[in-house]
Each structure stands twice: as structure tokens, then as C-alpha cells.
Design a protein around this ligand. Structure first.
Ligand code: PEP
Ligand code: MG
Length: 838
């Protein structure tokens, strides 16, 4: 009789499944269990020797079928096979069937004397009965395990394979950002995606691996063959095709031309020639920076594979959190396009092929995590270096950067921040993109590096931050003493050590001219936005942290139209205390100097759950679930703590509070009731707050629009959230690329909702703002203003261009345009009204 082995992390689970199986076949089955580990404090895990013993105990000529739960259960089983002789190993079959259903089906089949192949087929078809019972026969029955070592080990059930050929049109091919978009899209689907660069005749690689996709060396004009295996393959291919059609969101006409460096001139006396990487002139003393002290990794053998894997995963998790912070910092401070570099870093850490290779080394060779990680990262870096394409070769910087980050965490080293006290020129052999993104332009006046190129991510970030940079200079600069005077011209690609008076004078004049031009551009952003016919439109900022508030002020924001408070609550074990919140709100209010600060109360739940709030059930439709105000009203204590902190911060500042996701009057009234309770408590405790604080609500659900006239009587202002309003009006999930374009705020259905909201607000004599992303589109702004919106709130980077756009229009023109827009038959035709043809 065929033997069956259950491998699970949990002994309880395995014994339970065994009990069910034994009962079904009245003990007529040869079944063994290998589950849990001998560690009373932490009993979950799998043990290779246990698996080996379990297999050996039921092994016969009829064969053994092994069913496993997840992850390391599969790996431990594979390792256990190594202890068997080749003949024995040939009799053992690992089965991808689901653990419970598969074991039961296999037990029944084995007890009736079926052979190993029949038993395996029964196990693999085990979900069929349940699926047909639930009317889900159209679900793919294959088990898709993108993260398993053996993704090729599919079930016998036929899975559809679809193919598509696409040509890459964007100028730089699948460079970091589009490659990241490709991988992120491919990973979203159950189907397994494979890609081949037909033009290069490359190998077929996995579409969910950033490194494999990037190293295909895809350039403009290359043709790719993309295949999808699995049930939602068609949807996956459609989503990927949409990326190609949209040129990966890149507008090649605006791509900054890469500086062409004809030759590096030999240095004249005291002059160092390099690559012009970021324009501008800097004159300052030098400071050396080493992004990470060189580490020697000791390679050693580890005892406990599970523990080592855990170390690796914890380090990767921490690295991801660090990158996430850097990503939001970069996206706010520098821009979304530059932040996408860090999206690619995140994808690198999620690359299943890379992770499997590291895990394999830990398992097969019992290598320590640092050594295993470094070996694999070096291999990936090498494969990038070997590419013919110089642009892709430069992505090695990113691989090294993210590789170092994980290594540093594994080694327990602290991140090295460049903490300058004086304005300086930073001299370094190398600056990673992460180092560059963290530089403070008020202290780092220039960058002089011995490595790098004009197209490296560090150079791109330096340009966006406005820090002059000269790269690729002679290594002799590394020998300069800290404090040595240096001048550099990032436009000419030259640096001067201890420049002579004449050179200094010339450069100083150039620097002053450059600074004046920069200052003028900034100053314009601080002027009010007044239309040609004299209407002033308030332009405020959407922010999510204190740093954003500072940036908003620098960029000319007239206040904050939306403070998303989620950042205080996410990625932590407990809710923030009243005092903690108070400190942050006060600090932000202080930066704003009496300018309005609209604090939106917590908008989490649904797709952004909090680990410390138990919502009771897993939601199938999180966007329609306990989100925003619903979650707060279910947790009144949490809500009241936030309201108390907001109220306390309002002393001597201009704070307003705003509710998210309101759909009915009951919610608005219940929120107000808790707000009133918080006020009463503070009054009783003799704690000061602004008694006249305005209370507003987001209008971001169709229900709120429909009852806007009633809601307007409950609050002091509205703020239209078109991000959510569009998705709910158009019934198109804003995170689902297949329908995201449906959820366009420019659809007349949404525009009419905006109009209705404005009319209800103005009839009730309250003002109405708009804080969805669409407000940042300068060509769209006239339509919004024509609909009567009183203020716009956008990300800090968008403030200056938006003010500029407003100052060029008249309200009459805007109203006429809005009137026409409302009558269009699609979002596209509305956009065609304002976008240049062609
Ligand atoms: C909105 O929904 O338009 C909005 C501004 O809020 P968020 O994007 O935070 O949901
Ligand atoms: Mg919203």
C-alpha cells in the first residue's frame, strides 16, 4: 500500500489531519506525521530528521506520497530526501495538493490499493469536489506557489497558457522604473508569468523576478514574448499590455536629455576634470563620507537552519521598512519618479528567485545568512555588470545599495547618517542612491565623487535636489584633508582644490547668478494664486508627516488642506498615545505659523488594517468594509484619544478637524458627539483648546454627495476626496490596474458629483476644498475651479506649477470650460478638452 506522510509546521494541525484520514479509512492506511520542532517555547517549525524518519517508517516498494503545508516544510522535505538512497528516493513523491483535502483523498485512494500515480492524481484533484460544490469549477485547480523552489512542479490538472508579444516603445527600454512596474503587475496575479526577450534571443525568465526581468536587457524596440500560466493569465496579460500601451507612464518628450560627455579633459593645475552630473556651483570645505565601512563577512557553518532563515527574513523585513520610509521621504521631498528607484529596491527584496537562492545556500550548505546573502547579491551584481547595456550596468549601484542595507542589518550595524554641522562639499568614493536621497541640500552644497555617471540614480537624485555634482574625478580627492577648500562646477564637470583667487572670483560670480535664479523661482511659489480676473484661490498642501509640513512651507503652501494621520498609527504594536500625537500635531502647527492645518482623523481599516485593532472578521471587500470613520466609531476610545490630542494642539494655532469616509448623518453626528465629549472632558480638566475649532468632513462617497445638503448643516466645511469618490462612483477599485482608469475623476459622473457638492455647500454658506490627486494636474485645475471649488490641496511639489496655472486663467473661462466638461460623454473627451492634441 502507498504510504502517506504529512509534513507541517504545527503538530496539532498534522495530528488533526491524521485523525480525520484515519477515521475515513478506518485505520486502513500507512500514514506518518513529521510536524513541529522540539522547542517548547516555539514549537512551530519543521525538522529534516523528523521528516526523514517519517518517510522511512512508511516506505515500501509501493511508494510514499508526501503532503506539506508551506515554505520550509517543502524545503525540509527536500533535504530529508538527501538521506535516502537513490532507489528509495525514486519511490518518494512530493505532492503539491492542499494539505487537508489532499491527505484525505490520498488516504482513501491508498486504502483501496491504488498505485502511487493514482493516489497522487486523487490528491491533486482533491479540491475539485469542494470547488464544484461551491460552484467554483472555473477556478484553476493547480497550486500556484510562486515562492516555492519548485514552481515548475504543477499538478496534472490542465492549466491554461496564454502568450502575447509586445514591443517596448519607451526610450530607455525596461530600465529600473518600468521593470519594477512590470514585476509588480506580474506579481499581482495568481498566474505565473514568464518573459523572453525575442530580439536578444534570451532565456525565458520569471516575470515576478526584478533581477531576471532587468537582466533581459530590454531596450526600445525590443520584442518580448510574455506567457501566463494559470487561471487569471488573461487578466495578467491584459494588465501587462496596458503598461506597454501607456508607455509605462513615461512621457518621453519630457525625459531630461542625458548629458553627453564627449571626453574627460586632462586636468590643468589644481583642476580636476570629471563628469558633469548636476548643474550649479559650490564653494565650501570638503567633508569625507564613507557610505558604509567596508565589512569583512565571516563565513561559517550554522547549526539551526530555521533560526538562520528567521534571521534572514527579519533583516529583510527591517530593510523593507527602512526603504519604505526612504521612499515616502523621497516621494514627498524629491518626487514620485525619483522615489520609484526605491520601489525597485523593495522589489529586489521581494524577488523570489533571489530569496530562493539565498535560502537554498543556507539549507544546502548550512551557511550563515550574511555569507549566503552576499554570495547571491554578488552573483546578481555580476550578471548586471555583464550586460552590454551601459544603462543597465549602472543598476549595479542599486543592487549593491540594497545588498549592503540587508548586510548591515544582519551584522547589527547602525545606519550611517551624514550629520553635517557646516555647509560642505561631500567627497566620497561612492554614494548610494539611499545616501544621496538623505542628503540635506542646506548643508550639502556639492558632491564630488570618484565613481558614478551622469545617469546613475545618485546623479538623478542630486539633480532633483538641486545639489551641484561632479562625478568620476581622480581618486586623489579621497586623500584631501577634511576642511580643505574646494570649488566645483557641476555644469562643466570640474572641481578645483584650494582654488586660486582668480578662479574663485569667477566661480563665485557664477554661483551668485545661479542662486539668484533659484531664489526667484522659489519666490514665485510664495505669491498668492490669483486668476487673471482677480480671484484668489487658496493652494494648500497634502502632507503625511512633520518633514512634509516643512517641505510644504518651502514650496509656498498656504497651509495644509489634508494631514493624513495614518503615519502615526501604522507599522507599530500599539496605538500612539495622546501625548505622542499632541507633540506631532503641535510641531506641525508650529511649522505652519498660524496657517490653516486640517487634520483628518484616522483613515485606516479595510486595506490598511492595524495589528492592534481586532476587526473580528477578514473582509472580502476591504474598501467596502470597516474603514475610516466606521473603524473609529467602533473604537471610540482610540478615536477620543486622537480628538483630545487634536484639540489640545489647537491652542494658539489654526487647526481644523475633518472626518474621513462619511456616508450618513448618523456617522457625522456620532463623530461630533465624541468630539463634544472630548471637549467637555478637557474643559472639566481645565485643559485649554480652541473653542471655535471648525469641524469638516471629507466628501468621498457617493452617499455623502447625495446628502451633501443635509451634511452641510452638520459641519463647517467640505473637502472633496476625488481619489475615493471616483472609485466609489465608477465602481472601479483605485488599486486595480484593470479598472483604475475607469475611476477617473474627470468622468462626467464624478464631475457632476463635484458640482452637486459645491452647490450644496455654497447654498448652506460653507466653503468647499478638493484634496484628491487630480487637483495636482495643472491642465485640469480650470475645470475644478469652474465647478466652484474654493481651495485646492495638493502634494508639496505640485504647489508652484498649480499656482502658476491658476494665475494664467480667468474664472469666466474656467466656468465655461466646466460647463462643457459636464456635458461630455467620457473622461477621455473631458481630458481632450484641455490636453494638447497629439
Ligand atoms: C481622497 O480620497 O481623495 C483623499 C484625498 O484621501 P486618501 O487618498 O487619503 O484616501
Ligand atoms: Mg480618501
Amino acid at each position: 500500500m502507498v504510504g502517506i506522510v504529512i509534513v507541517s509546521h504545527s503538530k496539532n494541525l498534522a495530528l488533526g489531519v491524521q485523525e480525520l484520514a484515519v477515521q475515513m479509512v478506518q485505520g486502513q492506511v500507512s500514514l506518518a506525521v513529521a510536524a513541529g520542532i522540539e522547542d517548547a517555547a516555539n514549537p512551530l517549525g519543521t525538522d529534516v530528521m523528523q521528516v526523514y524518519e517519517a518517510i522511512a517508517s512508511v516506505l515500501s516498494d509501493d511508494g510514499v506520497l508526501v503532503l506539506m503545508d508551506l515554505g520550509s516544510a517543502v524545503i525540509s522535505t527536500e533535504m530529508a530526501l538527501e538521506f535516502l538512497s537513490p532507489e528509495q528516493r525514486a519511490k518518494v513523491h512530493l505532492c503539491a495538493a492542499p494539505l487537508v483535502e489532499g491527505t484525505l483523498a490520498a488516504a482513501v485512494a491508498a486504502s483501496t490499493g491504488k498505485n502511487i500515480h493514482q493516489v497522487m492524481a486523487e490528491a491533486q484533484g482533491a479540491l475539485g469536489a469542494k470547488a464544484s460544490f461551491l460552484g467554483a469549477m472555473n477556478c484553476p485547480l493547480s497550486v500556484h506557489t510562486p515562492h516555492s523552489h519548485h514552481h515548475e512542479r504543477k499538478t496534472h490538472v490542465e492549466v491554461p497558457t496564454r502568450e502575447i508579444r509586445l514591443t517596448v516603445n519607451n526610450r530607455l527600454g525596461l530600465h529600473a522604473r518600468p521593470a519594477a512596474q512590470f514585476v509588480a503587475t506580474a506579481s499581482r496575479f495568481q498566474a505565473q508569468i514568464f518573459v523572453q526577450n525575442l530580439t536578444r534571443g534570451s532565456e525565458i525568465v520569471r516575470g515576478d523576478s526584478i533581477n531576471q526581468v532587468a537582466t533581459l536587457g530590454v531596450r526600445q524596440g525590443h520584442e518580448l514574448l510574455i506567457s501566463a500560466i494559470g487561471g487569471d493569465g488573461e487578466a495578467a496579460l491584459a494588465a501587462l499590455q496596458a503598461l506597454f500601451i501607456n508607455n509605462f507612464g513615461e512621457d518621453d518628450s519630457t525625459v531630461e536629455p542625458l548629458p553627453v560627455i564627449e571626453e574627460i579633459l586632462p586636468p590643468t593645475q589644481g583642476e580636476l576634470a570629471g563628469i558633469a552630473a548636476s548643474p550649479g556651483v559650490a564653494i565650501a570645505p570638503v567633508v569625507h563620507y564613507e557610505s558604509s565601512t567596508p565589512v569583512t563577512i565571516t563565513e561559517y557553518n550554522i547549526e539551526n537552519v530555521e533560526v538562520e532563515l528567521q534571521r534572514l527574513h527579519t533583516a529583510i523585513h527591517t530593510a523593507k521598512q527602512e526603504i519604505q520610509t526612504l521612499l515616502s521621504h523621497t516621494s514627498i521631498q524629491i518626487g514620485d519618479a525619483e522615489a520609484a528607484i526605491f520601489d525597485a529596491h523593495l522589489l529586489f527584496l521581494e524577488d523570489p528567485v533571489l530569496l530562493e537562492a539565498v535560502e537554498q545556500r543556507i539549507f544546502d550548505h548550512h551557511l550563515n545568512a550574511e555569507a549566503a546573502w552576499q554570495i547571491v547579491v554578488d552573483e546578481v551584481a555580476k550578471s548586471y555588470r555583464q550586460l552590454e547595456d551601459s544603462y543597465l550596468q549602472e543598476r549595479v549601484d542599486d543592487v549593491v545599495d540594497v545588498g549592503r542595507r540587508v548586510l548591515r542589518i544582519l551584522l547589527g550595524d547602525l545606519p550611517q547618517d551624514l550629520d553635517l554641522t557646516e555647509p560642505s562639499i561631500v567627497v566620497a568614493a561612492d554614494l548610494t542612491p539611499s545616501d544621496t536621497a538623505k542628503l540635506d541640500p542646506s548643508k550639502v552644497l556639492g558632491i564630488c565623487m570618484t565613481s558614478g555617471s551622469a545617469t546613475s540614480h545618485s546623479a538623478i537624485i542630486a539633480r532633483t535636489l538641486g545639489i551641484p555634482a561632479v562625478l568620476g574625478v581622480d581618486a586623489q580627492v579621497l586623500a584631501l584633508e577634511d576642511g580643505t577648500m574646494m570649488a566645483l562646477d557641476g555644469e562643466m564637470g570640474k572641481a578645483w582644490v584650494a582654488p586660486e583667487a582668480e578662479t574663485l572670483g569667477r566661480l563665485e560670480a557664477k554661483r551668485q547668478a545661479w542662486q539668484t535664479a533659484q531664489a526667484e523661482a522659489k519666490a514665485r511659489a510664495h505669491q498668492p494664486a490669483i486668476t487673471q480676473d482677480g480671484h484668489q484661490i487658496r493652494v494648500l498642501a497634502n502632507i503625511g508627516s512633520l518633514a512634509d509640513a516643512q517641505l510644504a512651507m518651502v514650496n509656498g503652501a498656504e497651509g495644509v488642506g489634508l494631514l493624513r494621520t495614518e503615519f502615526l498609527y501604522l507599522d507599530r504594536a500599539n496605538a500612539p498615545s495622546e501625548e505622542e500625537q499632541l507633540a506631532v500635531y503641535q510641531a506641525i502647527a508650529q511649522v505652519l505659523h498660524q496657517r490653516p492645518l486640517i487634520i483628518r482623523t484616522l483613515d485606516v481599516g479595510g486595506d490598511k488594517p492595524l495589528s492592534y485593532i481586532n476587526t473580528g472578521i477578514a473582509e472580502t471587500n476591504p474598501f467596502l468594509g470597516v474603514r475610516g470613520i466606521r473603524m473609529c466609531l467602533e473604537n471610540p476610545q482610540l478615536f477620543k484619544t486622537q480628538l483630545r490630542a487634536i484639540l489640545r494642539a489647537s491652542v494658539n494655532s489654526n487647526i481644523k478637524v475633518m472626518w474621513p469616509m462619511i456616508t450618513n448623518l448618523t456617522e457625522a453626528r456620532a463623530a461630533r458627539e465624541i468630539f463634544t465629549q472630548a471637549q467637555t472632558e478637557l474643559r472639566q480638566g481645565g485643559i485649554a483648546f480652541d473653542e471655535r475649532m471648525e469641524v469638516g468632513t471629507m466628501i468621498e462617497t457617493p452617499a455623502a454627495v447625495a446628502i451633501a445638503d443635509q451634511l452641510a448643516k452638520e459641519v463647517d466645511f467640505f473637502s472633496i476626496g476625488t481619489n475615493d469618490l471616483s472609485q466609489y462612483v465608477m465602481v472601479g477599485d483605485r488599486t486595480n490596474p484593470k479598472v483604475a482608469t475607469l475611476a477617473d475623476a474627470m468622468h462626467p459622473a464624478v464631475l457632476r458629483m463635484i458640482q452637486q457638492t459645491v452647490q450644496a455647500a455654497h447654498a448652506a454658506k460653507i466653503w468647499v476644498g478638493l484634496c484628491g490627486e487630480v487637483a495636482a494636474e495643472t491642465l485640469i485645475a480650470p475645470i475644478l475651479l469652474g465647478l466652484g471649488v474654493d481651495e485646492l490641496s495638493v502634494n508639496p511639489q505640485a504647489i508652484a506649477p498649480l499656482k502658476q496655472a491658476i494665475s494664467q486663467l480667468t474664472i469666466d473661462e474656467a466656468q465655461a470650460l466646466a460647463k462643457v466638461a459636464l456635458k461630455q460623454d467620457s473622461a477621455l473627451s473631458v481630458r481632450e478638452l484641455v490636453y494638447p492634441i497629439g
